[in-house]
Design a protein around this ligand. Structure first.
Ligand SMILES: Nc1ncnc2c1ncn2[C@@H]1O[C@H](COP(=O)(O)OP(=O)(O)OP(=O)(O)O)[C@@H](O)[C@H]1O
Ligand SMILES: [Mg+2]
Length: 285
């Protein structure tokens, strides 16, 4: 099982201490969410709805002053209440994370090769030669030429930077990829290339993915099933294609409507909104 979240609640602020359910602000409320093995699942909702808080709860990366209750199983390990060591190990080996803005999530003084190599250094006992081999093979997989290895982030385009972000997330062969708005900072053509790259790498590896976005047109390419979240609660859940065709709640209708307007105005292709055709035999269902 990739992820199994049951009854997740996250509150921020209020007084820390033994009192439970205290005065903090509830930002995630009673969320149940699963991602099966080899499944690509979406989490969609407007800005501030709690998407990143759910992802951060899974990774043990909640901001100071935030408290999570409930249960989050990652590949059979309970995350809520886990030690820092367990969480770091899960992040290094089981989960790979792709962030929204590669320009700020990459280390500006680290070359591409050093960046991609770091998770291997931290979590695996390999020789320098073995690491180098893996890094070069990974750069090739994400479509970066070998001469990119020695470049620094500021020498790359936004799309190239996000390819480095994806290579860094995937270098340890994680079973689950969490992608939190990985294409929001990119233009629509590059968005599509990056989403299609992620999907093909995740499927080739037989991994699972939780893909977070507020854009239904991106979700349709990346996922087969999705959850709609509004004000911290799951309001709708089902196959992505069904939600696109007949969104049931006002929030989903709004998001579908804005994806359609955006897509028609920027690309002029209505079929943008049809779900991605699964590539190869992958894990698509
Ligand atoms: N560090 C923080 N301290 C206090 N409140 C926070 C913090 N981070 C987020 N919040 C609050 O938690 C709620 C959920 O935020 P979250 O970042 O999960 O939204 P989101 O759905 O990811 O939005 P976006 O699409 O803009 O990234 C919001 O009300 C936000 O104001
Ligand atoms: Mg967010």
């Amino acid at each position: 099982m990739g992820v199994e979240i049951r009854g997740l609640n996250v509150t921020i602020g209020g007084h820390a201490g033994p009192a439970r359910g205290g005065s903090g602000k509830a930002v995630v409320r009673d969320v149940d969410l699963t991602v099966g093995d080899g499944e690509r699942v979406g989490l969609i909702g407007s800005s501030g709805s709690g998407k990143s808080m759910i992802a951060k709860s899974m990774l043990g990366l909640l901001p100071r002053g935030a408290r999570a209750t409930g249960s989050i199983g990652l590949g059979g390990t309970e995350v809520i209440g886990a030690s820092d060591r367990t969480l770091a190990d899960l992040r290094g080996r089981y989960v790979g994370v792709v962030f929204q803005n590669p320009g700020t999530s990459l280390n500006p003084v680290s070359t591409v090769a050093k960046q991609v190599e770091l998770p291997l250094r931290l979590h695996y006992d390999l020789t320098a030669f073995e690491r180098r081999d893996r890094v070069m093979a990974m750069l090739d997989k994400v479509g970066l030429a070998a001469d990119m290895a020695g470049k620094y982030p500021h020498e790359l385009s936004g799309g190239q930077q996000q390819r480095v972000g994806i290579a860094t997330a995937l270098i340890t062969s994680p079973r689950l990829i969490v992608a939190d708005e990985p294409t929001t900072a990119l233009d629509s053509i590059i968005q599509r290339q990056i989403v299609d790259l992620l999907v093909s790498l995740v499927d080739d590896a037989g991994a699972s993915m939780l893909f977070i976005t507020h854009d239904f047109s991106v979700l349709a390419r990346a996922t087969t099933r999705c959850y709609v979240i509004d004000d911290g609660r799951v309001t709708e859940e089902g196959p992505t294609a069904d939600l696109l065709a007949s969104p049931g709640t006002p929030v989903a209708r709004e998001l579908v409507g804005s994806a359609r307007r955006l897509t028609l105005s920027t690309v002029g292709l209505a079929h943008e909104l049809s779900p991605a055709v699964p590539t190869g035999q992958g894990g698509a269902r």
